[in-house]
Design a protein around this ligand. Structure first.
Ligand code: ADP
Ligand code: MG
Ligand code: ZN
Length: 442
């Protein structure tokens, strides 16, 4: 079995090995097919393969639910380039193409292996009977729900249409279900399992704790020269002064375009090659900045959080947040872009009370704006505040940073072993807090 799965991986996808033990274990469990499977692995870990390889090996069709037509198109194009029969049906599809697909699906042995649709499509009266029909004829091998956190109101990306999937699940009796996501705190995980009616699923969850990441918090307002401080941090993280050949790079996240520009400018002045990346730049300039960073021509990209979606670079030695993140969940995701290669890497927040107040104000304003529009308070709004408060606590607590993050995601307390500022030197963390509080009462 081991050799045949690996052979299939090579034959169909051209990969010599599984990305990780967990990827292999998931594929094995899905192929076995006797249980539902829940997968929570970070972005870039290779979740798609967890259903794509079993889909290729199964006799029938795998139905994949994904939230965005753009995401779907990417995947379908990739699969087609590998000669794997995949397609999508959506409202934008020309009638002719749609007819061809439906004809194949209606035939006694369809050629299609993977059918991608958005959750809106699931409920569409023109398409829904086709799904039921496939199921009755025993032609559906798996139901894969990608970006499954979209089903939860606690998630950062709730999509009401995902709630329709519970119904779909009931209609597709006997079809094993696979749910995949990158971030799922405990409450979101529970929502996913419940909404998709996944009974005693096999869970594959990458542990939250990553021992190669060193987390710390620096209070920016206490620094005589914040830019010099950031510069020193970068020099150390990239070992720029040691003459070492190790090629590494880093990301500085800022909240506004202006601060991206300012930080990139200051770093360049201090002799580090840095470029800004934000929505205010022309598309060409943005792509150029990203490419130069990917190729290692630019060491540091100074970006708003729009940067990083789908960016998969192994040698990121540090992620610094010049401004506060809007939630602990997003902070974990953003900082987690460091150290994908498993080598020691640093994650730092430059905390500022002023920043925090501003963001607090913006989040609450946005919520009251939404409430004025909808007339009610929503779970998602409460979740946004809880998550923001968790971010604040993370910065101002005297506690292990790794433990705080793991606890937030419902994991057990990890063995930090000095991989955060508090565990290295609790006295320094306390001193910083004391200086900050005396500053604020002056
Ligand atoms: P995720 O959905 O977990 O964010 P993707 O499924 O988009 O990740 O995969 C991320 C990248 O990893 C893709 O470029 C994919 O081709 C690649 N990948 C997946 N599995 C393997 C593997 N076994 N070996 C090498 N590359 C892989
Ligand atoms: Mg994915
Ligand atoms: Zn610690």
């Amino acid at each position: 079995m081991a050799t045949t799965l690996k052979q299939a991986l090579k034959t169909h996808f051209g990969f010599d090995n599984f990305r990780s033990k967990i990827q292999e274990d998931v594929v094995r469990a899905v192929v076995k097919g006797d249980k539902d499977v829940f997968v929570c692995m970070p972005t870039g870990a290779g979740k798609s393969l967890c259903y794509q390889l079993p889909a290729v090996l199964a006799p029938g069709i795998t139905l994949v639910i994904s939230p965005l037509i753009a995401l779907i198109q990417d995947q379908v194009d990739r699969l087609k380039s590998l000669n794997i029969p995949a397609c999508t049906i959506n409202s934008k599809l020309p009638v002719g193409e749609r007819r061809l697909i439906l004809a194949d699906l209606g035939s006694s042995s369809p050629k299609l292996k993977l059918l991608y649709i958005t959750p809106e499509m699931v409920a569409s009266p023109s398409f829904s009977p086709c799904l039921t029909d496939l199921c009755t004829r025993g032609l559906l091998s798996y139901l894969a729900v990608d970006e499954a956190h979209c089903v939860s109101q606690w998630g950062h990306d709730f999509r009401p249409d995902y709630l329709k999937l519970g119904n779909l699940r009931k209609r597709l009796k006997g079809v094993p279900c696979l749910a995949l996501t990158a971030t799922a705190p405990k409450n979101v995980q529970e929502d996913i399992l419940q909404s998709l009616a996944m009974r005693t699923p096999l869970s594959f969850v990458t542990p939250v704790f990553r021992s190669n990441l060193h987390y710390d918090v620096i209070f920016r307002e206490l620094l005589p020269n914040p830019y010099a401080h950031l510069h020193a941090f970068i020099q150390k993280a990239l070992a720029l002064d040691s003459g070492s050949k190790r090629q590494g790079c880093g990301i500085v996240y800022c909240r506004t375009r202006e601060s991206c520009e300012a930080v990139a400018h200051q770093l360049t002045k201090l002799g580090v090659s840095a470029k800004p990346y934000h929505a205010g730049l022309k598309t060409g300039d943005r792509t150029e900045a990203q490419n130069e960073w990917m190729e290692g021509k630019v060491l540091v990209i100074v970006a708003t959080i729009s940067f990083g979606m789908g960016v998969d670079k192994a040698s990121v030695r540090f992620v610094a947040h010049w401004n506060f993140a809007k939630s602990l969940a997003s902070y974990y995701q953003e900082s987690g872009r460091a150290g994908r290669d498993g080598l020691p890497s640093s994650c730092r927040i430059y905390y500022s009370a002023k920043d925090k107040e501003q963001l607090n104000f913006l989040i609450r304003k946005e919520i009251s704006r939404k409430q004025a529009k909808n007339g009610t308070a929503k779970e998602t709004d409460k979740a946004a505040i809880t998550d923001f408060d968790a971010m604040v606590s993370y910065c101002v607590q005297e506690a292990c940073r790794h433990a705080t993050i793991s606890k937030f995601f419902g994991d057990k307390t990890p063995n930090c072993a000095g991989a955060c500022d508090f565990c290295c030197n609790p006295k320094l963390v306390r001193a910083q807090l004391e200086r900050a509080s005396s500053l604020s009462t002056q």
